[in-house]
Design a binder for this molecule. Structure first.
Ligand code: PHE
Length: 514
């Protein structure tokens, strides 16, 4: 039997862990993490004579829940300790009656009507993300999240009135195409372009900018209509503003924000609220294995296990996965060393905030013909999100701001009343008086003021050093979280990091001589 045939047989019979154990014995174990994730299976232990270990997971956010879920599949004895009285971390869907308390004291109670919800944290999923695989596996139904909508508005302080995204895009593309086509035609690009290149480029630019026969951008139905065509031929918006005015409006960020690989349509959301994913994970883990209201205060790595101190007791296990935000882990009493503490202090917490504005009439659909999507602004509210679900129902919730960094810090320092007043003043510039007059209820969140989280996400000043150190275990303590990936601020980051920790723990457990 060749070594390869042996490994294939072992892998098929015993799963990835057994295969790694056998490979290790043959001196073949790869140093790098395999791309394909194979969850640990009970059968992996049969070859090694080992039993599944006892693992304590700190934090019931997406990373912690995914760890417990995947380890649980193989029969690991997992316990999740969670400081808050709920699971989910920065996945938070608020419905009527839910309460939200911020550090500094204020408690809000959601007054939303039946069927109205507010995804106060995670809000969208790209189709390539592993989050979608968990939705499939856990039976969480998903629907389209409208991330880009040509009918939503763009509003910048360089404008007298908001314009539709399609209009802003038509104008920038039109003028850019005109300039480039004319520059090429005048020979300005001859050092870069052959004659064939120039013809092909010009042909593309005609389409890209909807240019006229003389390669000018003057007007285009792409700009949209005050009255759309029907029996009549419609009333177009008409000619664009001058090139200078279009450039001065500064729509660049607004019209390119869905160009990114993480923001391109289609995007997705679970039906009924983002928390469907963490709810399904928690159910699969087993509610009895998740201890909410249990705040961890200390962590000790021992030669033969780990000891976790929490308010009211001590918990012993063979291994620990620390899936809390790094800035909170840094404050724990621990014996993992000064380098670990320094590494945990390297990522900088980023403030992020949202406000949910509930209306009793879906005026954005009825009056503005906006079905989902996002209005982009350069105001301190940054974005306005329209709901991508329950179209045409009676009520609905608009996200009146979703901002980060300084803007989020500014709103975070205000009381809820003042946040709401400020958000309404800004939003009125786009939607007019109804934005204030028709408001039914509201609720705001400043993630940097959320207990046990203290941030929207983190920013690594550099991925050198600390990132790699925390990607490895400190003794029997493994770290997990979106902050340990290049997918910061995505559930997919938390899930991928969890899979890495699970794979490494499992490899270690099946390889350890009994
Ligand atoms: N995932 C968050 C969002 O979609 C935060 C984020 C934004 C992360 C943009 C990366 C890029 O809003």
């Amino acid at each position: 039997m060749t070594r390869r045939a042996l490994l294939v047989g072992v892998g098929a019979a015993g799963g990835a862990g057994a295969m790694f154990a056998a490979m290790g014995a043959l001196g073949l174990a790869p140093d790098s993490q395999p791309k394909e994730f194979v969850p640990p299976r009970p059968g992996d232990f049969s070859l090694t004579g080992r039993g599944a270990a006892k693992v304590v997971v700190l934090g019931a956010g997406v990373a912690g829940l995914t760890c417990a879920y995947e380890l649980g599949k193989a029969g690991y004895d997992c316990t999740v300790l969670e400081a808050a009285d709920r699971v989910g971390g920065r996945v938070l869907t608020l419905r009527g009656g839910d309460r939200l308390t911020e550090l500094g004291g204020e408690t809000q109670t959601a007054a939303f009507g039946q069927g109205v919800y507010f995804n106060a944290g995670a809000g969208r999923i790209a189709p390539w993300m592993v989050t979608m695989d968990y939705c499939r596996e856990l039976g969480v139904p998903v629907e389209i999240f409208v991330n880009g909508n040509a009918s939503a508005y763009v509003y910048t302080r360089g404008m007298t009135a908001p314009v539709r995204a399609r209009t802003a895009r038509a104008d920038m593309y039109g003028y850019v195409a005109e300039l480039l086509a004319k520059a090429a035609g005048a020979g300005a690009l001859d050092r870069r372009l052959t004659e064939d290149d120039r013809e092909r480029l010009t042909e593309f630019l005609r389409r890209f900018g909807d240019l006229g026969p003389d390669l000018s951008y003057r007007d285009s139905p792409r700009r949209g209509f005050a009255t759309y065509p029907g029996v009549g031929d419609g009333v177009p918006y008409g000619a664009p503003s001058s090139l200078g005015d279009v450039l001065a409006a500064g729509t660049g960020r607004a019209i390119t924000m869905d160009f990114g690989y993480d923001q391109a349509m289609p995007m997705f959301q679970p039906v009924g609220g983002m928390d469907a994913i963490v709810t399904a994970l928690a159910r699969a883990v087993g509610r009895d294995r998740i201890r909410t209201g249990t705040r961890v205060t200390g962590l000790t790595d021992l030669p033969d296990g780990v000891e976790v101190a929490y308010e009211g007791g001590v918990f012993r296990a063979d291994y620990c996965v620390a899936a809390l935000p790094p800035h909170l882990l840094a404050r724990l009493r621990h014996n993992l060393g000064a380098r670990v503490t320094a590494a945990l202090r390297t990522p900088v917490p980023v403030a992020a905030g949202k406000i949910g504005l509930e209306y009793g009439r879906r005026w954005w659909e009825i009056d503005d013909r906006i079905y989902g999507g996002i209005t982009e602004t350069d105001l301190d509210i940054t974005h306005i999100w329209y709901p991508s679900h329950d179209y045409h129902s009676a009520a609905g919730l608009v996200v009146g701001y979703y901002n980060t960094e300084e803007n989020a810090e500014l709103y975070g320092r205000l009381s809820h009343r003042d946040r709401r007043a400020r958000a309404l003043t800004q939003g009125k510039k786009i939607h007019g008086e109804k934005y204030r007059a028709e408001l039914r209820s509201s609720l705001s969140i400043a993630w940097q003021r959320q207990p046990h989280l203290e941030g929207g996400w983190v920013r690594w000043p550099s991925y050198d050093g600390g990132f790699a150190l925390l990607g490895r275990p400190a003794g029997r303590v493994y770290f997990a979280g979106d902050w340990l990936t290049h997918l910061v601020a995505w559930q997919a980051g938390a899930m991928e990091s969890a899979r890495k920790a699970v794979t490494e723990i499992h490899r270690r457990v099946v390889k350890t001589p009994s």
